[in-house]
Unconditional design. Structure first.
Lengths: 503, 302
């Protein structure tokens, strides 16, 4: 019997003409925590989805427990003892916890005995110190609980190898610590964990070995104890040296740009999502908004940008009462918005780059006259933006959906910053981007601050917030837990606030 | 007065039965994420095929088998286009309605032409049907009526207490998640569509052979669409679907009662009644619901 629980040899997966994985070798030892590191789009998830049988076909060989296997569907993967916790949870919100646990199990009898299953599930939860009420609906669980449910669901199916796809992205620092504890407990019992991440610190902290993917190929496989520092891992991941620190100039405040006063906003289901928030943002500073996803950030930004109605309160932008104005009027007050979901709100995929670049400004002078668009000038101006913001594209007439995620984001950022805003609202500006693009966009945001714009930065990445923000406002359950100055903003200070704990 | 009430109740059950049978089938396919607008056409085909089967073999049982088989076949066609080829469910459903309209008219003129066929025989419930006045009107029905009522608790049990039912409810809400736990989304969707086709075919045959004993062109007259409305109004749950069918059946029965009274209202307005009630019911009750999140969205495995 070999020491490896899993060996993937020369695995190649292509989508049409796009090669997502090329000749990837991955060997995972029994009982270890093996990191799969790579930038977004490096092929980490694709590789794991191959292993979990989510695709019809792949090339190469997979050995599990020393046996050559050909995994064609997830049923087969589960039967082998592979469990996967997807980045976007695979839970059915309207079903109860226990229904989600037993769903699709081949051991199920036709008439379900959910009570017996619930007993077994509760015992399993107790063993790992993460009990969940089996009878509540999944939609009532917090994100952290849903993740624990996903892990228990895999263990309930007797998974020996557990794949965790970016598990820490949705957790508070405290929850991350307990996740790590649990991962150690699992490996102590002989389980094996594959930990997918692009967060270097976490990998250094808990993993035994690390396979680095770059552009779909294996760049390196290293023992963590042999790795000197973050910088070394980062270079392996990106393929060149990257500067991880951004330098910041001292703050130079220039008057209030945004005032929010006792603002209350409801979410789509009519439940209060923003509860009595008040804060100001001045020109020349970056105010970071920190919190786990779903604590009212989307509703707050929706309300400030005119996409959502407020229940009560006041929003003043550049001295004008902006509450209830339509988004067009709000943008005209000198606001730029980098929205949280660029595909949904930031750009129109099936339209060309120059069309996308005029979505906000098409009515203005130079862009059009008497209702006719001035395409010549638009193309010329568009080319400038694309050059200034280093958007990689074959040409200005390319469709926006054909660009990579990073370049799409640069396009949106370019359009928004070209309008030299007084107030810049950036929501998850680096979500889904590689280190290079992230650094570039963060640099652009800092430049706007230095120019004198007020910046409201919403992010779930603590490192990004700590690095860029002059002040950090922590939200939990729609309320402001506190505003922390740059000097005292550390993970230790912010973590408890994000979890709703005041010291 | 009592006689009016009994007659009204009997008429309600008679008109509610096809709605109930079709909508119980639809509960399953709707839960699995399928909106089959073609139900109208399947019911119409069932009404015709039932009569043809019954005529050919002078047996109402063969009529029922013809209707069910035809429904299953049309369900398969619908499933092939919408699940395998991922075409729009609205477009395919609508095409099926137009197709069924043409097909039934043609076959009717070729084969039936208004001829009387063997209708579904009635079975009296011993004892209850002897009750004076009400007994014969309320406890003496074709088997399909009892079948429809029996299917209410059966459907509920299958949907909420069995492995298959759990899969059906899950597939409409998050097909991708079902895929990750090894459920074949396509198989579940095919299964529910074919089942709902069988039920719609039977429902159609009740219209031609349970209430009458002949086929009339376009005799379903929107019943398929009403069955879809019944499912929404009944919140995708068998018990409430029974209540909704009875309400819609009652409004249809009321129409006939009112038509017979010399109230001086144009009968065209009376004819609108069931449909007006349908629209109003949908307006007021369509909000909070068990509607699946991935309703009418084709599933694509990467």
């Amino acid at each position: 019997m070999s020491e490896y629980v899993l060996e993937m040899k020369k695995v190649t997966k292509t989508f049409g003409s796009v090669v997502a994985n090329k000749d990837v070798d991955l060997s995972v030892k029994k009982g270890e925590i093996h990191a799969l590191l790579g930038e977004n789009g490096a092929g980490k998830s694709t590789l794991m989805n191959c292993l979990y049988g989510m695709f019809d076909s792949y090339e190469g060989e997979v050995y599990f427990d020393g046996q050559l296997v050909r995994i064609a569907d997830s049923k087969h993967a589960i039967a082998l003892g592979i469990g996967m916790v997807h980045q976007h949870f695979m839970l059915i919100p309207v079903l109860s916890v226990i229904e989600n646990v037993v769903l699709g199990m081949k051991e199920n009898k036709e008439v379900l005995d959910l009570k017996a299953a619930a007993r077994e599930f509760t015992a399993l939860g107790q063993k790992y110190n993460m009990e969940i009420d089996p009878w509540v609906k999944v939609e009532q669980l917090s994100v952290g609980q849903q993740q624990r449910l996903e892990i228990l669901k895999a263990l309930y199916r007797k998974a020996k190898l557990l794949i965790l796809d970016e598990p820490t992205a949705v957790l508070t620092p405290g929850e991350i610590d307990s996740l790590f504890e649990m991962m150690h407990q699992l490996t102590d019992e002989g389980h094996t964990v594959i930990f997918i991440s692009h967060k270097l610190g976490e990998i250094m902290k808990i993993c035994d070995r690390c396979t680095v993917l770059r552009l779909g190929e294996v760049a390196a496989c290293v023992k963590i104890s042999d790795v000197k520092d973050h910088q070394q891992l980062a270079s392996l991941m990106v393929g060149r040296d990257v500067a991880l620190e951004t330098t910041t100039k001292p703050v130079e405040l220039r008057g209030k740009r945004l005032e929010v006063e006792s603002l209350c906003v409801n979410n789509d289901r009519g439940i209060a999502a923003v509860k009595d928030m008040s804060f100001d943002v001045h020109g020349g500073e970056i105010l970071g908004i920190c919190g786990v996803d779903g604590n009212g950030q989307s509703e707050l930004i929706g309300c400030i940008t005119g996409l959502r109605q407020a229940a009560s309160g006041k929003v003043v932008i550049n001295g004008t009462d902006a509450l209830g104005l339509n988004p067009g009027k709000i943008l005209a007050l000198g606001v730029s918005h980098i929205p949280e979901d660029r595909h949904k709100y930031g750009m129109i995929g099936p339209m060309t780059l120059d069309e996308n670049l005029i979505l906000v400004s098409y009515k203005q002078e130079n862009y059009s006259s008497r209702g006719f668009l001035n395409w010549k000038w638009i193309a010329q101006h568009g080319k400038e933006i694309i050059k200034n913001f280093s958007v990689k594209t074959p040409g200005i007439k390319e469709l926006a959906k054909n660009l990579s995620g990073g370049n799409q984001q640069k396009l949106v950022v370019g359009r928004e910053l070209d309008r030299t805003p007084d107030l810049l609202i950036a929501v998850h500006p680096s979500r889904g981007l590689d280190i290079g693009a992230t650094k570039y966009i963060q640099g652009q945001i800092v430049e706007q601050r230095d120019r004198g714009a007020a910046v409201l930065l919403v992010s779930t990445e603590l490192d990004e917030l700590i690095e860029l923000s002059d002040r950090i406002l922590v939200v939990f359950d729609g309320k402001i837990m506190g505003i922390v100055e740059r000097a005292s903003a550390t993970r230790e200070v912010l973590g408890p606030l994000m979890a709703g704990v005041h010291e | 007065m009592l006689e009016f009430a009994i007659n009204f109740l009997a008429a309600t059950i008679r008109t509610a039965t096809p709605l109930l049978i079709a909508s119980l089938g639809l509960v399953f396919s709707e839960r699995a994420g399928i909106v089959n607008i073609g139900t109208e056409g399947i019911m119409l085909s069932g009404a015709l095929l039932g009569c043809i089967g019954s005529l050919m073999f002078t047996s109402s049982l063969m009529g029922a088998i013809f209707a069910a088989a035809g429904g299953a076949l049309l369900g398969l066609v619908f499933a092939f286009f919408t699940v395998t080829l991922r075409s729009s469910q609205v477009v395919v459903g609508f095409s099926m309605n137009i197709f069924a309209m043409g097909l039934t008219v043609t076959l009717n003129r070729l084969i039936l032409n208004g001829v009387r066929v063997t209708a579904y025989p009635s079975f009296a419930i011993p004892g209850l049907s002897r009750i004076p006045l009400a007994g014969n009107a309320l406890f003496n029905w074709p088997l399909l009526v009892y079948f429809a009522l029996l299917m209410v608790p059966v459907s509920w049990f299958v949907l909420y207490r069995t492995n298959t039912g759990l899969k059906v409810r899950a597939v409409g809400d998050h097909p991708k998640a079902c895929d990750t736990v090894g459920i074949n989304v396509f198989k579940i969707r095919y299964g529910t569509i074919v089942f709902s086709g069988i039920m719609s075919g039977l429902a159609g045959s009740f219209i031609s052979m349970g209430q009458l004993s002949l086929f009339v062109e376009n005799m379903v007259a929107g019943g398929g669409f009403m069955a879809l409305a019944v499912v929404v109004f009944g919140n995708y749950s068998p018990g409430s679907v029974l209540a909704a069918s009875l309400l819609f059946g009652a409004s249809d029965a009321l129409k006939f009662r009112l038509l017979m009274t010399p109230a001086g209202i144009y009968y065209q307005f009376m004819n609108m009644l069931p449909y007006v009630i349908t629209i109003m019911a949908l307006c007021f009750f369509a909000r909070k619901s068990n509607k699946p999140a991935f309703s009418a969205v084709p599933y694509r495995k990467d």
